[in-house]
Design a protein around this ligand. Structure first.
Ligand code: NDP
Length: 483
C-alpha cells in the first residue's frame, strides 16, 4: 500500500485528523494507496504557510523563481518513467500516453513559464511630454489552484507554474481520484529545496476542502479546471469577495468534416480526437458532423478504425484505450449509452463494458469505444458532456447547417474543422462559438496561445502571457513630468 501525503509548509504530512481516503487503480479496481482526507483545518494551515512565504517569494527576482521551476522540471524529467507509470496506475490511461504526453507536457509547463516570466514585460503609454503612464503587474498573494483527474500532473503544473513564476504562493488541490503524481511533485519540491510554503498541496474530497479554499478571505485568486457544475459553485462562492477567477470547464466539442477535406487525415485524427485518453479530455471531439456527400464513406471508415482500437491493460505497450477513471464514471458513461438507445440512436461500434484484457485487470473499469448515429442534434446525448469513449456522428447539408449544429450546445470549448478550402476554414472558425479552433489538426498546443472556453465552458484564458496577467494585479501609474 502506497501512502500519499500533503505538502504543507515544506513538510510531507497526513491530514491533521488522521483520516485517509482509499485510492483505487482503475485498471484493477483494487485499492493501492491511501491519501489524506483533509478538511478545513488542513486548508487553514496551508493558506497560513503560503501567506507567510509570500513576501519573500514575491520579492525573489523573476530569474531565481524561474530557476526553481527549471530545477523541479529537471527532477521530474530525470524520473519520467516512474512518473508515467504512476500516472497510468492512478488514472487508468495507457502508460504510453503518459510517457508521450502527460509527463513531457508537465515538464514543458514548468520550463515554459520559467522562460515566460523572464520575458514578461509591461506597457508604457506616453500621450504628451507632461505625462507618462506605466503599468505595474504585481503578484497577488496566495493562489488557490484546483485541478481535475483526467490529465493529473499536466493540468496541475499548468496552474502551479504560472502562479509561482509570477511571484504568488499557492495552495493546490488535485483530484481525490488521482492524487499520486501531485504527491510525487510534493516530494520533488522538498528534494529540490523549494522554500517552505511557496507551494502547498492539499489532498482530499473536493466537496470537503474545496469550499474552504474558494471562500477563504486570504486567497484572492482562484484558478479552477473541472466540470461546469463545480465551476458554478466556485463562482458563486468567490463572487461575494470579488476574487479573481479563472474557470476552465467542460466541453462538448464539434468536429466538422467537410466534403472537400483530406479524408484520410480527417478519419484518423477524428478517431484520435474521439478516443484519446478514453475520451476523457475536455478537448475531445465527441460530436462529429459530416457533410452529406461523404457521410457514408466517412462513417464506414471511421467505424472500421474504431473497432480496431485495442482496449487493453494500461501498463502494456500497444494499448490504445485504457480504463475509465472510476466505477462511478464508467457507470455514468454506460448510462449515456443506454440513453442514446432510448433517444433512437444506432450503436455502430461498442456500446457496452469491455471484457477485461487480462486476469490482472478483471476488476477494472473498461468500456468499449462507442460510435452512435441517427440522433437528433438537440438530444441529451448530443448536448451533454459524457467525457468518455462515446462519439456521435450526424450528417449536415451545407456550411450554414454545420455552424448551426456546432453551436447547438451550451458549451463552447474547442472545435475542429476539416476542409481544404481556406476561406471556408476562416469563415467557420469565426462563426463557431468556441474559444479554441483547430483546422485540419487536433490537440496541437503552442503554450503561448490564449487557451479557454466560451459559454458554459469557462471564463478567462490560460496560457502564455494571459496566465501571467491573470496571476498578477495590474496597476496603472501615471507620472507628471515637470518641464
Ligand atoms: P470536477 O468538477 O468534479 O472536479 C474538479 C476538481 O474540483 C477536483 O479536484 C475536485 O475534487 C474539485 N472539487 C469538487 N467539488 C468542489 C467544490 N465544491 N469546490 C472546489 N473544488 C471542488 O471535475 P472532474 O475532476 O470530474 O473533471 C472532469 C471535468 O473537467 C470535465 O467536465 C472536463 O470537461 C473538465 N475539464 C476541463 C478542462 C478545460 O481546460 N476546460 C480540462 C480538463 C477537464 P475531487 O475530485 O476530490 O472531488
Amino acid at each position: 500500500m502506497e501512502t500519499i501525503r500533503n505538502l504543507i509548509d515544506g513538510d510531507a504530512c497526513d491530514a491533521e485528523s488522521g483520516s485517509r481516503l482509499d485510492v483505487v487503480d482503475p485498471a484493477t479496481g483494487a485499492v493501492y494507496a491511501e491519501a489524506p482526507d483533509s478538511d478545513a483545518a488542513d486548508i487553514e494551515r496551508a493558506v497560513e504557510a503560503a501567506r507567510k512565504a509570500f513576501p519573500a517569494w514575491s520579492e525573489t527576482p523573476a530569474g531565481e523563481r524561474a530557476a526553481w521551476l527549471r530545477r523541479i522540471a529537471d527532477h521530474i524529467e530525470g524520473d519520467a518513467e516512474r512518473f508515467a507509470r504512476a500516472e497510468s496506475i492512478d488514472n487508468g490511461k495507457p502508460v504510453a500516453l503518459a510517457r508521450a504526453v502527460d509527463i513531457p507536457r508537465s515538464v514543458a509547463n514548468l520550463r515554459f513559464f520559467a522562460s515566460a516570466v523572464e520575458q514578461f514585460a509591461s506597457e508604457m503609454h506616453q500621450a504628451d511630454r507632461e505625462t507618462i503612464n506605466y503599468t505595474l503587474r504585481q503578484p497577488r498573494g496566495v493562489a488557490g489552484l484546483i485541478s481535475p483527474w483526467n490529465l493529473p500532473l499536466y493540468l496541475f503544473t499548468w496552474k502551479i507554474a504560472p502562479a509561482l513564476a509570477a511571484g504568488n504562493t499557492a495552495v493546490a488541490k488535485p483530484s481525490e481520484l488521482t492524487p499520486m503524481t501531485a504527491s510525487m511533485l510534493g516530494d520533488v519540491c522538498r528534494e529540490a529545496g523549494l522554500p517552505a510554503g511557496v507551494l502547498n498541496i492539499v489532498h482530499g474530497l473536493g466537496a470537503k476542502v474545496g469550499p474552504t479554499l474558494t471562500e477563504h478571505p486570504r486567497v484572492p485568486t482562484i484558478s479552477f479546471t473541472g466540470g461546469t457544475v463545480t465551476g458554478r459553485d466556485i463562482a458563486a462562492r468567490a463572487a461575494p469577495r470579488f476574487k479573481k477567477l479563472s474557470l476552465e470547464l467542460g466541453g462538448k466539442n464539434p468536429n466538422l468534416v467537410f466534403a472537400d477535406c483530406d479524408l484520410d487525415r480527417a478519419v484518423s485524427e477524428s478517431v484520435r480526437a474521439g478516443f484519446a485518453n478514453q475520451g476523457e479530455i475536455c478537448l475531445c471531439g465527441s460530436r462529429i458532423f459530416v457533410e452529406e456527400a461523404i457521410y457514408d464513406t466517412f462513417v464506414e471508415r471511421y467505424v472500421e478504425r474504431v473497432k480496431a482500437l485495442r482496449v487493453g491493460d494500461p501498463l502494456e505497450d500497444g494499448t490504445d484505450v485504457g480504463a475509465l477513471v472510476s466505477a462511478a464514471h464508467r457507470d455514468k458513461v454506460e448510462s449515456y449509452v443506454e440513453l442514446a438507445r432510448e433517444e433512437g440512436g444506432t450503436i455502430l461500434a461498442g456500446g457496452k463494458r469491455a471484457d477485461a484484457p487480462n486476469a490482472r485487470c478483471a476488476g477494472g473499469f473498461f468500456f468499449e469505444p462507442t460510435v452512435v448515429t441517427d440522433l437528433d442534434v438537440a438530444c441529451r446525448v448530443q448536448t451533454e458532456e459524457i467525457f468518455g469513449p462515446v462519439v456521435t456522428i450526424t450528417s449536415f447539408r451545407d456550411e450554414a447547417q454545420a455552424i448551426e449544429y456546432a453551436n447547438a450546445t451550451d458549451y463552447g470549448l474547442a472545435a475542429t474543422i476539416w476542409t481544404e478550402n481556406l476561406s471556408r476554414a476562416h469563415r467557420v472558425a469565426e462563426a463557431v462559438d468556441c474559444g479554441v479552433q483547430w483546422i485540419n489538426c487536433w490537440l496541437v498546443r503552442d503554450l503561448r496561445v490564449p487557451f479557454g472556453g466560451m459559454k458554459q465552458s469557462g471564463v478567462g484564458r490560460e496560457g502564455g502571457l494571459e496566465a501571467l496577467r491573470f496571476f498578477t494585479e495590474t496597476k496603472n501609474v501615471c507620472v507628471r513630468v515637470e518641464r
